[in-house]
Design a protein around this ligand. Sequence first.
Ligand SMILES: [Zn+2]
Length: 251
Amino acid sequence: MDWYGHTFAFKVRVDVEHVEAQRYIGDFRMTKVSVINLLDLLDEISVKLSFCVLGITAEFYPNLIAEVIEAGHEVYGHSMYHEPALAERPLTEQHHEMRRMREAIKNAGGIDVRGVGIPHHGMADENTLRAIVEVGIEYVESRFQAKNSVLPKWRSIDGTNLKVIVPGDQSRGASDYTDRRPYWAQVHEETFSPTNAKTKWMANIDWAKENGRMAQLVIHPWMLMVNPGEVKVIKDLLIYARDQGAWMATV
Ligand SMILES: [Zn+2]
């Protein structure tokens, strides 16, 4: 498996979502502080990542999104509002979310997003996929994955002639976590442990290297402000992946 000239891949998705900062820290402006700090860190170690941006955050902080793009990072969508979860909502509402998200990010950063990462651990349904494709998006990260595939694949959308690209299911992924988020989609999260997180996330990178696969990690900038030790873990991990020869995967 050739990952753009590398033997394995590491994909880090950065969720930019001020509504989550507001909800769990009580200060929506923490998103700006934490994203700028993260951009500085990434600049220092010369690593480019993929930023999964909420439409309403792009609308609220257009300059911030422009700065992410200007720094050379990838930007794609994370829905418009984040709440409520998309699955089981009417097609018209899902359409509205995706159209508004695309417009907001375009207005902020001048780009047409080609992918979307679905919030709430990927809670999407067939209507989500349909809404995404009908507004011109090609790729979706959600609970839908291509079975037994390392690479992304086209997936047919039920009840339509449409297709969307979904990731393969042969990667290993993780996400940062925090006890600030107690009601998170039926998952009970613990207090962030730098030691445990580093051990677990590094093991995923080692696994990817040994098997020529992709390891993934989702991080939340606002958690970098409330989880003691997470900034250093992320920095060490990115340097480790880069030094081990990972392709820092884009969407
Ligand atoms: Zn999110």
